[in-house]
Structures are given as structure tokens and as C-alpha cells.
Design a protein around this ligand. Structure first.
Ligand code: FES
Length: 152
């Protein structure tokens, strides 16, 4: 078998280096997050710089960043070389902002839940968790959720 270029890794090497299983690598590839090429004998080989992209995916998973958000940010990264230090700083700033927004949303929900503790009214009109911003108010009077529910 002819030697593959040093700047490429087999899927086995990628698995060993990253700890990411083959099924996940195939999934990320189908989602367009990473890319492979075909080597001699039609073997799947990965450009070495894909290790950085995979590292970013691992970090994103730890931060619970949605894969769709990872994909969005990856459209701004180079595909022919490893992301640079500057790329990583930009991506990490974006993800930090997303985490801050999520934290604020959780804090708001927590405040609303605190208002419900000890209440128990479960009012479609008054309860912020059941009817945030009185979103159901514009749909007319009565139990609009029950009225629009499909028959059992
Ligand atoms: S249960 Fe009464 S305000 Fe939510």
C-alpha cells in the first residue's frame, strides 16, 4: 500500500488522537463540520488540521452548545487549514455570549418559578410559566389550549 501523506490521518488515528468514536466522526462529516478525502485504496483519510475542528466540537459539547450553532460558526472557519489562535478567540467569544444569554434565560425562568412556589394557581391568565407575556390572551377567552387540542 502506498504511503499516505504525513498531513493526513486515517480514521483510526483520528479516533485514537481525539477519543471520538467513528460513528460520531461520520455524523459530524454528514453535518459538514469536518471533511475527509479518499486515499489510496479508497480509504477515508482526514487532513491533519481536522483535529482542531474536532477539538472545537468536543469543547462545544462540553459547553452544551447546539450543533446547529457549531455549524454556523464553522462556516466562518477556514477549511484548508487549522483554525488559528485568533479564530479560536472569535469562536470562544461567540459561545461565551450564547452561554451568557442562556444563563440570563434560566435566571428569568427561575424567578418566574419562584413566583409559582407556594402559589399553585396554574392560572392560564396569571401564571408567567404557563402563559408568558399573556401569549394566549390574543387567542380569545376560555381554555384556548384545551379548545385547540386534538381529540383524545
Ligand atoms: S402557579 Fe400561580 S403564578 Fe404560576
Amino acid at each position: 500500500m502506498p504511503a499516505r501523506p504525513d498531513d493526513h490521518l486515517t480514521i483510526g488515528e483520528v479516533i485514537r488522537r481525539t477519543g471520538v468514536p467513528a460513528s460520531a466522526l461520520h455524523f459530524y462529516e454528514r453535518k459538514g463540520l469536518i471533511f475527509s478525502e479518499r486515499g489510496s485504496g479508497n480509504q477515508r483519510i482526514f487532513p491533519r488540521h481536522m483535529l482542531r475542528r474536532i477539538s472545537l466540537i468536543i469543547v462545544a459539547k462540553r459547553l452544551d452548545i447546539r450543533l446547529s450553532d457549531v455549524a454556523e460558526v464553522f462556516t466562518t472557519l477556514p477549511t484548508d487549514r487549522a483554525p488559528t489562535h485568533k479564530d479560536w478567540q472569535r469562536v470562544s467569544r461567540i459561545w461565551k455570549k450564547q452561554l451568557e444569554e442562556r444563563r440570563r434565560a434560566i435566571e428569568n425562568l427561575e424567578q418566574e418559578l419562584t413566583g409559582c412556589i407556594g402559589c399553585g394557581c396554574l392560572s392560564m391568565k396569571a401564571c408567567l410559566l404557563l402563559n408568558p407575556d399573556d401569549a394566549l390572551g390574543g387567542r380569545g377567552p376560555g381554555p384556548v389550549r384545551l379548545q385547540s387540542a386534538p381529540p383524545p
